[in-house]
Design a protein around this ligand. Sequence first.
Ligand SMILES: NC(=O)C1=CN([C@@H]2O[C@H](COP(=O)(O)OP(=O)(O)OC[C@H]3O[C@@H](n4cnc5c(N)ncnc54)[C@H](OP(=O)(O)O)[C@@H]3O)[C@@H](O)[C@H]2O)C=CC1
Ligand SMILES: O=C(O)CCC(=O)C(=O)O
Length: 480
Amino acid sequence: MDTEVTLRQLIGGDWLDGEGEQVRSTDPTHPDHVVAVGCLAGPDQVDAAVRAATAAAPSWAATPYHARGEVLQRAAGVLEREAERYGRELTREEGKTLAEGVGEVRRAAAVLRYCAGEADREAGQLFHSPRAGQRILVVHRPVGVVGVITPFNFPIAIPAWKIAPALVHGNTVVWKPAGLVPLLAQRLAEALVEGGLPAGVLNLVIADSRTGRRIVDHPGVHAVTFTGSTGVGRSIAAACAARGAAVQAEMGGKNPAVVLADADLELAAEQVLLGAFRSCGQKCTATSRLVVEDAVADDLLALLSAGVERLVVGDPLDQATQMGPLVSAGARSTVDDGVRKAVAQGARAVGSPGTQLPDDGWFSRPALLELPSPSLEVWREELFGPVLSVLRAGSAAEAFHLAGDNEFGLSAAVFTRDLGAALAAVDALDVGVLHVNDESAGADPHVPFGGSRASSLGPKEQGTASREFFTRSTTVYLRG
Ligand SMILES: NC(=O)C1=CN([C@@H]2O[C@H](COP(=O)(O)OP(=O)(O)OC[C@H]3O[C@@H](n4cnc5c(N)ncnc54)[C@H](OP(=O)(O)O)[C@@H]3O)[C@@H](O)[C@H]2O)C=CC1
Ligand SMILES: O=C(O)CCC(=O)C(=O)O
């Protein structure tokens, strides 16, 4: 039997009890099981966290990149050592399968190691000067105190890819994780402390969204990086803009897969199913729309419906399970209501999942819906669950048009054997991430990640792109 972990706030290097209401993190597979318990941070604790980050900023900024990188390397070692334990906790707290939970902890470690390597990368630029004997240098400096606000669906990987670049570039951090997954936040903070992070450099406030909002509005916070829903992201961006703080927001997606007539259909079906149903569809990069050329639509739908019928839905700690529950009761009603509404509006449910859903827990059936037209809400609006909507197209051009006709622009997948068609997709689809013959989800730590249009605001994350947000540059005109 797993024991309940006690939640604490990390402020100025001390682990403190929260001053607010009690919070219980529960298991979406067994909602009466408590995973972790503690008290939320109060508003004064958010202010104390900003003060601690402010006080720690000068000496952390003056610490060499290599020394900052070594802290991240040691923290990565802690995550690797604890991957099985933390991965199990992640599965119990969020509901993704154990393989995904352990994989996510290892992914967070890989992100820390990548960011640690920043010390060995080029640090700026040197330009020629039009004036004889002179040079122009561009150097980067930390922004200061960075507010980090993270979502529930990647409880440790997303925080890692925001916090690690913030730290290696010499910033200090005040972090508010999603209310549904405080334990994994505590685990990442513990790893960084064990890795040798000085007091006050990272401050974790487990707070409700109202109290967490103080981070956004706090004059001592110089930049805010956010991942979550589009509405919240836009309101945070507006508040930051109003007081002149920098902001980066990664938000919703309604990501299409396009299967052209010449595609390898077995591969396309396999990858589309992974993109749509892994993590119970709760990835901002999940495939939620499919456009398939008429000529192969019946064959592809047959493969997909057989795949949905075979999908094992159940306890995510069970090794055989391929899809666990949704994260919360609210998430399940949003998804189930969205599917019911789509069917009432004429969507045809294709295939019926063979698995009996467990009685307990926030489980939802994987849904494959063929739509009569692109006007249905399920085609346009994010449900953030295991729902794949399908439209047929008469040509590749029509398929790209249907795929692109959406306000979001995070990721997309295109399946074809024709290099010309793949290149046409690059031009036709205004998205931040495009996968060719591969599922729409996935993001490597060393390359830029983020979307276009309603999916993102501000500079991209990850890879060398992260320097743009986490530093300010100074152009130095050098005359000897
Ligand atoms: N583009 C991307 O990279 C990603 C996008 N997403 C998107 O996130 C959504 C799901 O994640 P979810 O966690 O529900 O998103 P939310 O937007 O509800 O919450 C994200 C974070 O913001 C906090 N928050 C909520 N309201 C405010 C506010 N007014 N001021 C300050 N902080 C606030 C939340 O706190 P609390 O939890 O306490 O409410 C949480 O920590 C989906 O729309 C998905 O597409 C998710 C992951 C990646
Ligand atoms: O696709 C991925 O692995 C990362 C996606 C992501 O950032 C998210 O869904 O929150």
